[in-house]
Ligand binder design. Structure first.
Ligand code: 13P
Ligand code: SF4
Length: 332
């Protein structure tokens, strides 16, 4: 297939399963991505779990909250989202006039997948009085069924903004939900979802590593299981973890979240040591999110080149999903 200069038939191509032309080996992907970004007035938003080269190429690098806030303010014509589907979808919802691209449409999220809209609707019908709080790691359909969205950075603030006597349904992450129950003292009704990556950490192997490095601090993302969080010195979102390693006097950290975050940790604290928390299966790189890692430099280049794949959403769905995101953003 010939290279496309103007994206006239992108929707049809996207639906048919577009196969790009092979990239000649002499092409410098980094240079070409920079050139295309300038030419097409595009910006790259990347999550900390992306591969290092993609993080380095990004215009905005951050956690889910920062990226949603940044997406809302983008003035460029095009947003290339180096992250997973729910993140790109959120960008489209908060800034619908922009063309939002995701290098690989299959970059999903096990947590978002653990909450199918029809099942969730049925679940909610049991709790008509409840305020529905959903973690941003869910589909637009789930957001549309929510009252307010949260991320791991602002979840405590979001829960505390709800009157004490009001029952709360929290979805889809039961681990983050349990953590929030402890932190806020609120008795929430939890949906039974989880993230595969954060559930893969091995409690026993973490204990062994902590014994091996007695001066190390063990830090964890709140998507991890309760027994892992119970032994953590610090619990926080990816940006929270980053701020913590900069502030802490400790020089060694055992880090229980997706391993991509170590790149930014090492950049900010080159004199400190960061050890990825061990997973149950010693033979796999399970602390890497396979969905996040579907994005590659090649796909990023093709995405900018062909302006594909594009996030397309029904306008009614976008409006319904926007209201609970706006409520979250209004909290600051
Ligand atoms: P953060 O909002 O902490 O970056 O988390 C995103 C995520 O997907 C964690 O698995
Ligand atoms: Fe989803 Fe887990 Fe990957 Fe985050 S790390 S994107 S929650 S599967």
């Amino acid at each position: 297939m010939k290279a496309i200069d103007t994206p006239i038939h992108l929707s049809q191509l996207q639906r048919r399963g577009f196969i790009p032309e092979p990239i000649p080996p002499e092409v410098s992907l980094v240079d070409e991505i920079q050139r295309l970004k300038r030419e097409k007035n595009a910006v790259i938003l990347a999550h900390y779990y992306q591969e290092e080269a993609i993080q380095e190429l990004s215009d905005y690098l951050g956690d889910s909250l920062y990226l949603a806030q940044a997406a809302e303010k983008v003035e460029a014509e095009m947003i290339v989202f180096a992250g997973v589907h729910f993140m790109a979808e959120t960008a489209k919802i908060v800034n619908p006039s922009k063309k939002v691209l995701l290098p690989d449409l299959k970059a999903g999220c096990s947590l978002a997948d653990s909450c199918p809209p029809q099942d969730f609707k049925k679940f909610l019908s049991q709790y008509p009085e409840a305020v529905v709080v959903t973690y941003i790691n869910c589909s637009a359909e789930i957001k549309a069924l929510s009252d307010i969205v949260c991320t791991s950075s602002n979840a405590v603030r979001v829960i505390e903004s709800i009157p004490k006597e009001t029952p709360i349904v929290f979805a889809p992450d039961k681990n983050l939900g349990r953590y929030l129950i402890k932190e806020t003292g609120r008795d929430m009704i939890l949906w039974d979802g989880a993230c595969l990556v954060h559930e893969a950490f091995s409690f026993n192997r973490i204990i062994a590593l902590v014994k091996e490095y007695p001066t190390a601090e063990f830090i964890a993302h709140p998507e991890s299981e309760s027994q892992v969080l119970d032994i953590a010195h610090y619990i926080g979102s990816t940006s929270g973890l980053l701020q913590h390693v900069q502030k802490s006097p400790a020089t060694i950290f055992i880090v229980a979240t997706e391993a991509g975050i170590l790149h930014e940790m090492k950049k900010r604290c080159p004199e400190k040591t960061f050890i990825p928390a061990p997973v149950e299966d010693e033979t796999c790189a399970c602390s890497e999110c396979a969905f996040m890692k579907l994005n590659t430099l090649e796909k990023l280049y093709n995405c900018l080149r062909y302006e594909l794949p594009e996030i397309e959403l029904d306008s009614q769905l976008m409006a319904a999903a926007k209201a609970p995101i706006d409520r979250m953003l209004a909290l600051g």
